[in-house]
Structures are given as structure tokens and as C-alpha cells.
Write a protein that binds this ligand. Structure first.
Ligand SMILES: [Zn+2]
Ligand SMILES: [Zn+2]
Length: 305
């Protein structure tokens, strides 16, 4: 079965409209497709949905949901919400995925994600940016010390997990995006592992679902899949449930990540993955049925009468 709860479209920084993304998913055999536009932020942010577009976004996705349900594909309305942690503007209440303002569109699910970090007196920046901009920011904002970046990233992630208000943790260790070949920091250092494992421990305590996200890889931005295999093995030990998030920004990003994600899950020891069904209930799927089109979707949708 193919499913993903991480889909961008042209309401935020996606390259295609929501109907085009939905059609592409259907053509590839998806059973569940969750749209997750970048939620509005308390500062101007390129690629985020403006507050003024929230209602139009919700109505566009709800129309698609109604149109595709009879054809057997469940579309869900979601948001990818930033947790700003240390990088929140002072006095801002729009800081956590649980911020009530996001409830206005009654999303079916929320992804909680960390993108931004900030250091005393410097500008806030996203770790999800191209290599050159990232390098400039490490120099300018972190005084060249990239260890500060992952420390701030995981600090924000831990705060997000503690505060809650979301269903899925997005790209758990996105801070690795610009670290191919361990260019900036050592992901095997005791300190890095301890910070990442601490966040995983918290996620396990809160029984949160973590996505396997190959979006950066499919867009040619990184070799990394999130979470790393080391971290995913730790998550398996801690019995953390996992789901799939393609982080698709264009139709061609739908499909190829599913097999990769299933292979990663297997390699980490997982025997099953979880998908959010049309009744917004998490359902377990045996790993052999994950990443393969054509496997029967949600059992709850089968009517016996
Ligand atoms: Zn993201
Ligand atoms: Zn995303």
C-alpha cells in the first residue's frame, strides 16, 4: 500500500497544484494522501501559507477529498507546522503546532517540524536551505561552530515534543540535510547521538508517530533520508511507530520514496508501519505490504453488509 502524509502544493512552496498532486498519487496507486502545506508563521517566510489563504487551502483540499473518495483514494487535510522553540520572535504566541489559530481549518492531522534555529543576537535561519546559504549562516550566525546548529535543532525538537499538539514528527533529523559526508559535524559523536536519542526517547514517552522522509533525497538536495538508520534502529528499540512522508513538492516526488522508506524500516528491524485512515485512526500495516501499490487499504473501509 502506498500512503504519505507529507505533500506540498502551490498553496505553499510546492511546484504543482493540489489537483495535479492528487491525480499523480492516484495514478501511482496511492491509497492515502495527506496534504500538509507549511502553516503560517509569525514572520514573513517564503514558502509558507499566508493566514489569508488558510480557508481557501482547506476548501480546495476538502473538495479533492470529496472528489477522490468514490474512486478509493482517501485525501486528508493537514498542515506542516513549525515549532520555533528558541527561534520564536519574542512575545509571539504562534510558536507551537498546538497554537489554536491553526485549528480554524480543522485539519485532519498536523505534522510538527523544526526548520529554524537561532543564536543570541543573530538572525534566525532554516537548516532546510541550500548548501551555500547554510554555510553562510553557520559562519555568520553560529560563528563557524556547526555543533551549535544541531544542538539548537534538537533543543527545539525536544521542546516541540514536550509541548505536543501534533500527530506526526516531520523529518526528525533534518539538521543532517547539509551534512552529507559529515561535512559540518560528526553524527557518530557521543554528544550528537545523545541529543538525537534524547529526542527519540521523548517521542517514545509521548507515543508519537515519526515519518520516514526521503523528500530531500528525491529532490536531489541531500543523500540523507530522515531519520538516519542509526536513529531509526533506536526508535525501533523504543517501539516508536513510524509512517511515511514523501515531502513531495512535485508529482515526480510521489512514489519512489515509498520503497526506500519501506526498505529503511525493514533495515531498522520494523515489522510494521502505521497509516492514518479515513476515520483518522492509526492502523498497522505489515511491512511486506508497505511501499507496494495495490495492497488492500484500510480494513475499516470494507463494509460487510
Ligand atoms: Zn519540512
Ligand atoms: Zn515539508
Amino acid at each position: 500500500m502506498l500512503f504519505s502524509y507529507h505533500t506540498h502544493c502551490d498553496f505553499c512552496d510546492g511546484k504543482a497544484s493540489a489537483p495535479v498532486m492528487a491525480q499523480a498519487a492516484f495514478d501511482k496507486g496511492y491509497s492515502f494522501l495527506g496534504f500538509s502545506s507549511h502553516a503560517p508563521l509569525p514572520f514573513p517566510a517564503k514558502g509558507a501559507l499566508p493566514w489569508a489563504s488558510m480557508a481557501a487551502y482547506a476548501s480546495a483540499i476538502r473538495s479533492l477529498q470529496a472528489a477522490w473518495a468514490p474512486r478509493g483514494m482517501t485525501i486528508l487535510l493537514g498542515l506542516e507546522i513549525d515549532s520555533l522553540g528558541d527561534s520564536a520572535p519574542s512575545g509571539s504566541t504562534v510558536t507551537w503546532p498546538g497554537y489554536p489559530g491553526y485549528s480554524s481549518i480543522e485539519p485532519d492531522f498536523r505534522i510538527g517540524s523544526v526548520h529554524y534555529v537561532q543564536f543570541d543576537g543573530s538572525e534566525r535561519f532554516t537548516v532546510d536551505q541550500p548548501a551555500t546559504a547554510f554555510a553562510q549562516n553557520v559562519r555568520r550566525c553560529a560563528h563557524g561552530d556547526a555543533d551549535l546548529v544541531w544542538k539548537a535543532y534538537f533543543r527545539n525538537l525536544c521542546s516541540m515534543i514536550v509541548h505536543g499538539g501534533f500527530d506526526i514528527i516531520g523529518h526528525f533529523d533534518l539538521v543532517r540535510k547539509n551534512n552529507d559526508g559529515e561535512r559540518w559535524f560528526d553524527e557518530n559523536s557521543a554528544a550528537y547521538r545523545s541529543a538525537a536519542f534524547q529526542a527519540a526517547e521523548l517521542a517514545a514517552e509521548k507515543d508519537l508517530v515519526v515519518e520516514i522522509n526521503a523528500g530531500g533525497l528525491l529532490r536531489g538536495k541531500t543523500e540523507a533520508i530522515y531519520p538516519s538508520l542509526t536513529l531509526l534502529k533506536q526508535m525501533h528499540e523504543k517501539k516508536i511507530r513510524i509512517t511515511f512522508g514523501d515531502d513531495a513538492h512535485a508529482p515526480q516526488h510521489l512514489g519512489p520514496g515509498q520503497r526506500l522508506a519501506a526498505d529503511m524500516a525493514k533495515a531498522a528491524g520494523y515489522k510494521s508501519v502505521w497509516f492514518l485512515d479515513g476515520n483518522l485512526q492509526w492502523q498497522e500495516l505489515g511491512i511486506e505490504g508497505a511501499g507496494v501499490a495495490g495492497v488492500a487499504p484500510c480494513p475499516l473501509k470494507i463494509k460487510l453488509d
